[in-house]
Design a protein around this ligand. Structure first.
Ligand SMILES: [Zn+2]
Length: 413
């Protein structure tokens, strides 16, 4: 006989999934159940709501394991829709250089930045890369992340991009849901420095077809930025990826307004990321096409830059999601609690808006909303128990983690 799990005595905060990401005012509509409970069956939510009603609905004669949450707040497990969590080594010295005034693009030009991580990833064995990535992911899980996207992009050759994607694939379901993104167009590798166009051809002609054939990625992403990939390169790479059935993402207008947001709208990508420098015109085009913005406030914070204009985006009707951008360079942060905090205290989101952005909208950004992102019947029982009464505790209590417990498919991580 199968055992049901009953979680009771909880304050449940969850956005409600209506079949599409929430935009504008809707981002603030979060359902609250003060004396709530949920029943978990085989890892999925069988019912959720008022404790009294849930207890009545318990099937007679079934074995039930009861867990008392003692009045604590529960929220959907965080979904982190943008990370570069598969890497080797850290770049602490480079961080110190940045503190002394070197810019991110200066460091990249000197062969540091992404390229120094590329050297370390290339010389690591698949096992070493797996162990390191697994550690990053388990730290992320401790902060309440139950679904995570991870990009390749530190291999920058067919062999090493495949190694990364195989590692990312191995981590899926163990225990987090892991969504793989191919990002061969993350930087121009050293050996193509004098002929960057040839690298773009390699991505289009060899990497994308191979990745698609082996079904190693769900999305393709491009770093569209001055000195990296132009708008025209990005358009060609993403069109090729679409031809092979991959979903599309774009690092857009992070440092300069090159027109990345407009390109995101033109190609109707699944999400556009960063957008620190995006113009109103670009954002309007995104709103008109329903393009999700994935914002990375921990990156702006770590680079000492102003945050993306989240409130303006919401005003214009752009659905907003949040992510860590976890990587060893511009943002060494695997905590969605930290990102939530920055969204509330730095970007001016309400506690409800930041919750929607870091759960349901984040799930839409990586095509996972059917399974995760809100606490509703039929979805996975992925949730976080907070040491507090509302999600706002994560922005209020700054000195410690407020994540008490994390459940993935009803099992404590
Ligand atoms: Zn990124």
């Amino acid at each position: 006989m199968m055992t049901l799990k009953l979680f009771r005595n909880a304050r449940i905060y969850t956005p409600i999934d209506d079949g599409k990401p929430l935009a504008g005012n809707e981002m603030g509509y979060v359902a609250v159940t003060e004396e709530g409970a949920l029943i978990v069956e085989e890892g999925y939510i069988a019912s959720i709501g008022q404790e009294g009603e849930i207890l009545e609905s318990l099937p007679f004669g079934e074995e039930v394991e009861e867990i008392d949450l003692e009045g604590r707040c529960i929220i959907p497990g965080f979904v982190d829709p943008h990370t570069h969590a598969c890497f080797m080594g850290t770049r602490e010295r480079e961080f110190v250089m940045r503190l002394q005034g070197a810019s991110y693009l200066d460091i990249l030009k000197m062969g540091g930045g992404i390229l120094s991580t590329v050297d370390k990833v290339r010389s690591a064995s698949k096992e070493e890369l797996y162990e390191n990535t697994k550690e990053v992911v388990s730290r992320a899980a401790k902060t309440g992340i139950t679904t995570i996207e991870i990009k390749s992009g530190y291999g920058l050759s067919l062999e090493h991009e495949i190694k990364m994607l195989e590692v990312i694939d191995q981590l899926n379901g163990n225990p987090l849901d892991v969504v793989p993104t191919f990002m061969g167009a993350h930087a121009i590798p050293m050996e193509y420095k004098d002929n960057p166009k040839a690298y773009v051809e390699l991505v289009i002609d060899e990497m994308i077809p191979y990745v698609a054939k082996r079904n190693l990625a769900k999305y393709c992403d491009v770093f569209c930025e001055e000195g990296v990939f132009s708008v025209e390169d990005a358009r060609r790479i993403l069109q090729a990826a679409r031809g092979y059935g991959l979903g599309l993402k774009l690092h857009a207008d992070e440092v300069y307004d090159l027109g990345g947001a407009k390109l995101a709208a033109e190609l109707k990508v699944d999400s556009a990321e960063h957008l620190l420098a995006a113009s109103d015109e670009g954002l309007r085009a995104m709103a008109q096409n329903g393009i999700l913005a994935v914002l990375l406030p921990a990156t702006a914070f770590s680079l000492r830059k102003p945050f993306a204009r989240a409130r303006r985006m919401m005003e214009l009707g752009v659905p907003v999601a949040l992510a860590t951008d976890c990587n060893p360079g511009s943002c060494y942060c695997e905590s969605m609690e930290m990102v939530y905090r920055l969204a509330v205290l730095g970007m001016g989101l309400s506690m409800e808006e930041a919750l929607t952005a870091s759960t349901l909208n984040a799930a839409y950004a990586i095509g996972m909303a059917r399974q995760v992102g809100s606490l509703q019947r039929g979805k996975k029982a992925d949730f976080v128990v907070l040491e507090g009464e509302t999600p706002g505790v994560m922005a209020y209590h700054l000195g410690a983690s407020n994540v008490k417990e994390v459940y993935k498919m009803g099992k404590k991580i």
